[in-house]
Design a protein around this ligand. Structure first.
Ligand code: SF4
Length: 246
């Protein structure tokens, strides 16, 4: 299915979000809004990792570029049909509008306010977030997105990390968060994070993602090591990482 650039006014729930944003006066007010647009981990990521998307998979600037060639920003190493984030948006009706509202929020809020609201919501939590992952779905659209995430990373006192196939952007701007580079078309980011077909060997100086190894070995998803418990992709230092595409 091909998605046209969407009209924000038609996104489910946008009016409620706009009303909330209009009546938000304090950082605390914003923290309750942000709290509803941050998820605590997922099937592969630990619950103590805050996940926020700057856009959906269907609106990702690099979606489908494996088939169609590079976009203005980059190139995705995963075929469209193998994109987990896009599958989620197709299977669960609420996922795409939720992520589009995340994009709206991202575009309307300053990074300074995002960071303050995040710290406020984290103070309320019993089990506090100990890392932030940007882009479970979607990708960086411009250098402005990099600058904004970098501003947030400077303000919060926990690691911030991401995966990106937007190799054409200026990643020198990302001084304070970790970038896992998901294509090899440019020398960017802190490490290569590669998705290899089943049975393909990894290059030298690369380690297998332990979660992927456990998946290959048939370990149930709930028993596998999660990102956050494993910190390979959270740190700027460290080897390249490989996973298998299933
Ligand atoms: S190497 Fe570790 S942090 Fe990276 S994807 Fe695998 S489990 Fe997550």
């Amino acid at each position: 299915m091909v998605y046209e650039r969407y009209q924000i006014d038609t996104v489910d729930g946008i009016d409620t979000l706009r009303d909330r944003m209009e009546s938000a006066d304090t950082v605390e007010d914003w923290s309750f809004i942000l709290s509803d647009y941050i998820s605590a981990g997922n099937a592969k990521v630990s619950k103590t990792t805050a996940i926020f998307n700057m856009n959906s998979a269907h609106d990702c600037p690099n979606f489908g570029t494996r088939e169609n060639g590079e976009s203005d920003t980059g190139y995705c190493q995963v075929p469209k049909e193998a994109c987990y984030a896009a599958k989620t948006e197709t299977i669960y009706n609420a996922a795409l509008p939720y992520r589009r509202r995340q994009e709206y929020l991202w575009d309307c809020i300053t990074p300074e306010l995002w960071a303050k609201a995040f710290m406020c919501l984290n103070e309320r939590k019993r089990n506090t977030f100990d890392s932030i992952r940007f882009s479970e779905a979607g990708d960086f659209r411009s250098n402005a997105d990099i600058v904004r995430v970098n501003t947030i990373a400077k303000m919060v006192d926990i690691p911030v990390y991401t995966y990106s196939a937007s190799h054409k952007l200026n990643w020198d701007l990302a001084t304070d968060f970790t970038i896992n580079a998901s294509n090899d078309r440019a020398d960017y980011g802190d490490r290569r994070f590669m998705a290899l077909p089943e049975n393909q060997e990894k290059p030298e100086n690369t380690v297998w993602c332990p979660n992927s190894l456990q998946q290959n070995a048939g370990v149930p998803a709930e028993d596998r090591i999660k990102c956050g418990e494993c910190k390979l992709c959270l740190n700027k230092e460290g080897p390249d990482v490989a996973i298998h595409i299933h």
